[in-house]
Ligand binder design. Structure first.
Ligand code: COA
Length: 277
């Protein structure tokens, strides 16, 4: 997983290095706002990367001062609305489509929020399994400031992640919060100084790259799925999800048990088994 490849085209850039796909919103002059062109290109990039053998984790960040300033008010809203309802629905499905794709991506995904994160940006933020922000990053549901409700799933994101009081305050006031507050509110896992952000994300990605990839996919899906289930339904789903995962990778699980019980070379409570053996 050491080969390095890179490409920049149409508002999305990416490199693959050491098992990590570093994907970036790449419209810094427009603060990485999401235009229909960006949304289409991002879906292509996700397609290209998802089943590559050299990709074990995907990190989504932004070039320049922004992570993403949300939907492009000119190209996504004004110009698309001028073309009629069909164009609006198409633009919506292109945007929501790649966020959905990311929510159920084959490999774990990490949002690395380096700067501005507004409105529609909460869709891909939530789609990523983990999120790390710079202390200096600024987040807001700014929709209220220009006269709409937080659509595109943004309202659902804050209701799922924040307390009802914080979600309500955030959506009604449109006020900015920085990375530290976003971490305190659990909108992101952690915030660190911008100068340390990439190293911290690489460290977390490195932890994930050591784990069994079939178990990672089963686990990330389970976390999202069981959130909507009763306890009994979750218990049943998890039995079936584990059995399905076993049929993809029974050997990995057996090797994990073998290294602990027979070889005594690691302790599952303290770290991962050596999947290279
Ligand atoms: N949609 C379309 N264009 C956007 C944009 C957006 N969401 N965010 C920024 N841009 C464009 C600006 O129009 C400007 O374009 P121009 O150079 O052609 O005039 C360029 O990006 C730079 O933006 P600017 O406002 O000058 O940068 P800034 O660093 O002073 O401020 C922001 C950054 C993010 C605070 C500010 O651009 C902003 O408020 N953006 C809108 C955020 C928002 O409410 N998004 C919600 C969408 S749901």
């Amino acid at each position: 997983m050491t080969e390095k490849t890179s490409e920049t085209e149409d508002s999305v850039a990416f490199e693959v290095e050491g098992g990590i796909a570093w994907v970036r919103f790449n419209r810094p002059a427009k603060r990485n706002s999401m235009s229909p062109t960006l949304n289409r290109r991002m879906m292509q990039v996700l397609d290209e990367l998802e089943f590559r053998d050299d990709v074990g984790v995907l990190v989504l960040s932004g070039d320049g001062a922004a992570w993403s300033a949300g939907m492009d008010l000119k190209e996504y809203f004004r110009e698309t609305e001028a073309k009629g309802l069909g164009a609006v629905r198409k633009a919506q499905s292109e945007a929501y489509g790649w966020w959905r794709r990311l929510r159920w991506y084959r490999v774990p995904t990490i949002a690395m929020v380096n700067g501005w994160c507004f409105g529609g940006g909460y869709g891909p933020l939530f789609a990523c399994d983990l999120a790390f922000a710079a202390d200096e990053a600024q987040f807001a549901l700014s929709e209220i400031n220009w006269g709409i409700l937080p659509g595109g799933g943004a309202t659902k994101v804050v209701v799922d992640l924040l307390s009802m009081r914080d979600a309500m305050y955030h959506a009604l006031t449109g006020e900015l919060i920085d990375g530290r507050k976003a971490a305190a509110w659990k909108l992101v896992n952690e915030s660190v100084p911008l100068s340390d952000l990439k190293a911290r994300v690489a460290e977390v990605a490195g932890v994930l790259l050591k784990k069994n990839p079939v178990a990672l996919k089963a686990t990330k899906d389970a976390i999202r799925r069981v959130a909507e289930m009763t306890y009994d339904n979750a218990e049943d789903y998890l039995v079936r999800a584990q059995e399905a995962a076993n049929s993809f990778d029974n050997e990995g699980r057996k090797e994990g048990i073998r290294q602990f019980i027979d070889e005594k070379s690691y302790k599952p409570g303290l770290g991962a088994y050596d999947k290279a053996r």
